[in-house]
Design a protein. Structure first.
Length: 447
């Protein structure tokens, strides 16, 4: 079965290579990352062949989750190196810029034995930590062969991915047997992992690390970077701001229609529009101009000045979480179209009223908690989006109530990080480990 899997991996790359080539030429993607993905890391990467903890985070969201986890692991295991890998270029950029408690950042290897073995020889992990659902059969098998402990943290199986895994249930049972521990977000994810073949004794419900990944302190490197971003948005308190974050293709038209209605009620309103994929900036900017709005990119803004535009298109990487601080109302994209939604906790931590669409499969438990606690508004489509945003922009009492409930929900559900590190400590004991709480309880949204 592993041979067939490897053949399918090779086949995928052969079939998809024209698309990857197009992205490389058009957007300069993947250039420079092929070599590390084949396991060719520089000798200086781990020159003394020291043992390590390897954390893998696919993209931006997972990197932000890994950041506080890496900080705790660094404190607990000072004699081990900490390495962080990503799959996407944006994840790599954020990791290099904002994760300061790791020794090096690199691209995750292609999941073929030759590349995996080469990477493991250089990284030399004692513990391999996968953030969310990163199940790579060949890598996990090599880890088992070498005696490397493996763990999934913040694990989840979405309603979309779960049936796909069930199609290869027998193979998945073998693959999951190579994972030593599963730290999952919810009881439902725990049931799904167990149904696929995970040993129930290895599955622990720790809650969502996304609640612990939000940094709002005032004395960190991240907070200083946040302050620099805000210097491009010297917006007076009298000017309302809509932040539409992580929008996907097909959503900007709905946001612009809602914004046009808002401007009738609030003529000086500003829209900050952040497409999920920065390479779409040009298309989004053109769309805004075609609708008659004065539009400027974030990278074109002067420092320490109010944006002289109707719309600012956020064409920078890693600034959206900070920009949510400016929002009078926040719309979180990827939810009006069927892509599974994006992280609604980023505006919630600042106590902002949040609007999101019906497609929140990737954040189902969190979205349900927000709805149950009246901490956000879920809309069914374009027309309702406009109605809700206009209503919120003209109702400060409702905005304050929603924002306060959102912030309270975030604070009430922190703690998954310490529970997760407790599990990691059992896998990788350390004589001088700092004590963490040992009571691991299921995640429960506040009523």
């Amino acid at each position: 079965m592993y041979f067939l899997y490897s053949v399918l991996v090779v086949g995928f790359f052969v079939v998809a290579s024209p698309w990857f080539l197009y992205l490389a030429i058009r957007y300069r993607k993947y250039i420079g990352s092929i070599s590390p993905r084949m396991g060719y890391l520089p000798v200086s990467f781990n020159m003394d062949a020291e043992q390590s903890i390897w954390i893998h985070a696919v993209s931006v969201g997972e990197v932000l989750i890994a950041r506080p986890l890496a900080r705790d692991l660094r404190a607990r295991y000072p004699r081990l190196r900490i390495f962080l890998s990503t799959t996407t270029m944006t994840g790599q950029a954020i990791a290099r810029r904002s994760v300061h408690d790791v020794d090096a950042v690199f691209y995750f290897p292609f999941d073929l034995d030759i590349f995996v073995r080469r990477t493991l020889d250089l990284v030399r992990p004692r513990l391999f930590v996968m953030v969310e659902t990163e199940i790579w059969p060949n890598l996990l098998r090599q880890c088992r062969t070498r005696g490397i402990k493996t763990v999934i943290v913040n694990g989840r199986l979405s309603p979309r991915s779960y049936p796909r895994y069930r199609l290869v249930h027998g193979f998945m049972r073998t693959v999951l047997d190579d994972i030593d521990s599963f730290c999952v977000q919810s009881d439902e994810s725990a049931r799904r992992f167990i149904d696929l073949g995970a040993d129930p004794a290895r599955v622990t419900v720790t809650g969502s690390l996304k609640f612990d990944s939000l940094d709002v302190s005032t004395h960190t490197v991240q907070s200083r970077a946040r302050d620099r971003v805000l210097r491009y948005f010297r917006i007076p308190s009298s000017r309302p701001v809509i932040v539409a974050g992580s929008t996907m293709k097909g959503e900007e038209a709905s946001v612009l229609k809602a914004f046009r209605r808002v401007r009738r009620a609030v003529p000086n309103a500003l829209l900050i529009l952040a497409p999920r994929h920065v390479e779409r900036t040009g298309d989004v900017e053109q769309q805004c101009r075609q609708e008659g709005f004065k539009t400027v990119r974030r990278t074109e803004l002067p420092i320490d000045a109010e944006p002289r535009a109707d719309i600012v298109v956020l064409d920078s990487i890693g600034e959206l979480a900070t920009v949510y601080r400016l929002a009078t109302v926040a719309f979180v994209g990827g939810s009006l179209v069927a892509t599974g939604g994006h992280n609604i906790l980023e505006p919630a931590v600042f106590g902002k009223p949040i609007v999101f669409g019906p497609h929140m499969q990737n954040f189902a438990e969190i979205a349900q908690a927000f709805i149950a606690n009246v901490a956000g508004v879920q809309v069914r489509g374009e027309r309702e989006l406009a109605d809700v945003i206009v209503s919120l922009m003209t109702d400060p009492v409702r905005r304050a109530r929603l924002g306060a409930a959102a912030r309270a929900l975030v604070e009430a559900n922190r703690g998954a990080k310490d529970k997760t590190v407790t599990v990691l400590s059992a896998l990788l004991p350390h004589d001088h480990a700092t004590a963490f709480p040992s009571n691991v309880r299921p995640f429960r949204p506040i009523a």
